[in-house]
Design a protein around this ligand. Structure first.
Ligand SMILES: N[C@@H](CCC(=O)N[C@@H](CS)C(=O)NCC(=O)O)C(=O)O
Length: 224
């Protein structure tokens, strides 16, 4: 039986994008079930699938896996041929460290620059905390590209779970016209050139659901 990935709105649900793009970029077959975050029964429906009451949730027969990072770990184990983590031990440890860092951190950037795929590119002033998040991410990407990126355009060369974790950050940096160094910008371009990224974004901009809390220009909704 195919895997099912339960996700939220493509325009806004950065956590859903991480699991979805890992599946797509790895060519793993799955069914997608989207539950709009604004549905009155969202919580009730998702609680029936995950005790966290949040998306994404991966369903593999009677097994339900939640938390984006746990889903990526499960996929890496279940589909070793996808090579979702780097093969070399030190690179793999580093990839897991930076994946955990973005899973747990960068709250200021997250708060001030919510993922919003239909917003036209427009800069926004950032707090000192958010600017520090940007600087740290720029350093992570530059370092990874320099030390581990020889075999391809992604953080560890070929696309990995670490990239999946940072894809929504790439989207935020693009949307809010956040400036980074040349190596990071080239990395962003590689992520945005993924067919899976375009597929998600094309669907996102056609969605009808508007969430005021995730609209940075509210009550104006800027749509490209
Ligand atoms: N740490 C979780 C975060 C999941 C999350 O916050 N999902 C949001 C959508 S992007 C959600 O389900 N929000 C609905 C709610 O909190 O009621 C993960 O990594 O999957």
């Amino acid at each position: 039986m195919a895997l099912t990935l339960v996700i939220g709105n493509k325009n806004y649900s950065s956590w859903s994008l991480r699991a979805w793009i890992a599946l797509k970029a790895s060519g793993i077959a799955f069914e997608e079930r989207l539950i709009p975050l604004s549905e009155p029964d969202f919580k009730q429906r998702v609680l029936g699938l995950s005790p966290s009451g949040k998306v994404p949730v991966l369903i593999d027969e009677d097994l339900h896996v939640w938390e984006s990072i746990a889903i990526l770990e499960y996929l890496a184990e279940r589909f070793p041929e996808a090579q979702l983590w780097p093969a070399e031990g030190r690179a793999r440890a580093h990839a897991r460290s930076i994946a955990a860092e973005v899973h747990a951190g960068f709250a200021a950037l997250r708060r001030e620059c919510p993922m919003n795929m239909w917003r036209p590119v427009r800069a926004r002033s950032l707090s000192a905390d958010a600017a520090a998040d940007v600087a740290r991410i720029d350093a992570i990407w530059t370092d990874c590209r320099q030390r581990f990126g020889g075999g391809g355009p992604f953080l560890f060369g070929r696309f990995s779970a670490a990239d999946a974790m940072y894809v929504p950050v790439v989207s935020r940096f693009a949307t809010y016209d956040i400036r980074v160094g040349a190596a990071s910008r080239a990395y962003m371009e590689a992520v945005m050139a993924l067919p899976a990224y375009a597929e998600w974004q094309d669907a996102a901009i056609r969605e009808p659901w508007v969430l005021p809390d995730d609209e940075p220009d509210w009550p104006t909704v800027l749509k490209a």
